[in-house]
Unconditional design. Structure first.
Ligand code: BGP
Length: 461
């Protein structure tokens, strides 16, 4: 083996409840914002496909977990659907949901697959969104109660917990750029949402610590998109720095260091956008930092200094401080329209080592979405996704190098196990190691699935 990984390295994949479970109106589940938005505006969803059925994991979890085992997984991340567990967001736990997640967890453990459980993956219960979602402080308390119920019910078997997946995304999607419900554009509300998400996260960790879950660790999963300046000109460097503050450090610093970057606070203050906060919040954030950090990486952010002053009458946006640019000659995933820059994964990891105390971390998502992947299927239905194998391999080489240079990185989870439903893109971009036939629900392992299995089993390649 040319690239050997440390013993006990976590090999697996990641997913989320709304994207795989289906059964959106079964088993006593309440509606969440995705069920609702689809009902209201189905035209927003690619091919008119909503979250009601998706990959039907709710009914097929047994065969799926068996397949994970066959493909060499020793760990798997999924999320609990808040609106399945607590249909109205605040009331009693739904027994059918408890049974379902119990079954999934037990099935994983029997298969020798460690469950990594995430509490919140973009799926606000509708009743709570109607109260203002993350803008409302009461929702913070409802989340803490939900987290407590999860720790109580499943903490005897689940030892790896995560408070949120990519918490910046609902801020961007729901409050700045119109791709999640409630699709408003309002920087002030965006800041409040981001801030309350952090408070909820820290309070959930406080509960977790008090419960003293044996061998339990708790963390957060962040999409740390490195910001690269166009040049070393100070104006470009500053632009990249501000983008980094808004999109990465707004969550990374409070989660790992227990405090917000002072220059982010200064900037928000200068423009009059500090969130409403309560006395004691900052202390709670300070005292409740994470044990472990999950890192999602897909593509870099390339920025340059603004060429024109922002229109002072236009709504305040992060883009007041930088412009995007497309680096000439960059490598693209032409099937998804995203840049591929493998070294980015190494840069993130080195940054965590150098500036964040080399905290225990793992790659919690990385993967390649491909539009129109059906065309790469052979007569037996196997997708020949050599591009995905190359994508994973090239990223893993950089992860390996980071390990050699002392980064405390414990695993690699691919996005994702089987093709799943993605937010408004539905099944447009396929990411799985396993192909899902949308008519029959049949699962067929792709070429990358067999390759991933050999990597996991040999602990390297
Ligand atoms: C991440 C999310 C996932 C997943 C993935 C792929 O941001 O955590 O939920 O969807 O991106 O992105 P997309 O499906 O939009 O191509």
């Amino acid at each position: 083996l040319q690239f050997r990984f440390p013993q006990g390295f976590w090999w697996g994949s990641a997913t989320s409840a709304t994207q795989i479970e289906g059964a959106a109106r079964e088993g006593g589940k309440g509606l969440n914002i995705w069920d609702y938005w689809y009902e209201q505006e189905p035209h927003r969803f690619f091919d008119g496909v909503g979250p009601d059925v998706t990959s039907d994991f709710y009914h097929r979890y047994k065969e799926d977990i068996q397949l994970m085992k066959d493909l060499g997984h020793n760990s798997f991340r999924f999320s609990i659907s808040w609106s399945r567990l607590i249909p109205d967001g605040i009331g009693e736990a739904n027994v059918e949901a408890v049974r379902f997640y119990d079954n999934v967890i037990n099935e994983l453990l029997v298969a020798g697959i460690e469950p990594f459980v995430n509490l919140y993956h973009f799926d606000m219960p509708l009743t709570l969104q109607k109260m203002g979602g993350w803008e409302n402080r009461e929702v913070v308390e409802a989340y803490v109660r939900y987290a407590t119920i999860c720790f109580e019910r499943f903490g005897d078997r689940v030892k790896k917990w995560f408070t949120h997946n990519e918490p910046i995304v609902p801020v961007e999607g729901g409050y700045l750029y119109d791709f999640h419900y409630p699709n408003v554009v309002d920087f002030r509300r965006a800041v409040q949402v981001a801030y309350h998400t952090v408070v909820a996260h820290a309070k959930a960790i406080a509960v977790f610590r008090r419960m003293n879950i044996r061998d339990g660790k708790i963390g957060i999963i962040l999409n740390l998109t490195p910001s690269y300046p166009r040049s070393q000109h100070p104006a470009d460097v500053k632009a990249a720095h501000i983008a980094d503050l808004f999109f990465n450090r707004s969550f990374l610093d409070p989660a790992v260091k227990g405090e917000y970057p002072s220059d982010l606070i200064a900037l928000l203050k200068e423009y009059g956008y500090l969130p409403i906060f309560e006395k004691g919040d900052l202390q709670i954030i300070k005292e409740n930092t994470v044990d472990i950090l999950g890192i999602n990486y897909y593509q870099p952010r390339r920025v340059k200094a603004k060429e024109h002053l922002p229109n002072p009458y236009a709504p305040f946006m992060p883009e007041w401080f930088f412009d995007y640019y497309a680096m000439p000659g960059r490598k693209m995933n032409s099937y998804r329209g995203w840049e591929i820059y493998e070294k980015g994964i190494y840069d993130i990891l080195m940054n965590i080592k150098e500036h964040y105390g080399n905290i225990e971390c793992f790659i919690s998502e990385n993967g390649m979405g491909v539009e129109g992947e059906e065309r790469f299927r052979d007569d037996e239905g196997i997708v020949h996704d050599d591009y995905r194998i190359e994508f994973i391999r090239e990223h893993l080489k950089w992860v390996h190098r980071a390990i050699e240079e002392g980064v405390n990185v414990k695993g690699y989870h691919l996005w994702t196990f089987m093709d799943n439903w993605s937010w408004t893109n539905a099944y447009k971009n396929r990411y799985g190691l396993v192909h899902v036939d949308l008519n029959t629900g049949d699962r067929t392992v792709k070429k990358s699935g067999y390759w991933f299995k050999s990597v996991a089993q040999q602990n390297g390649f």
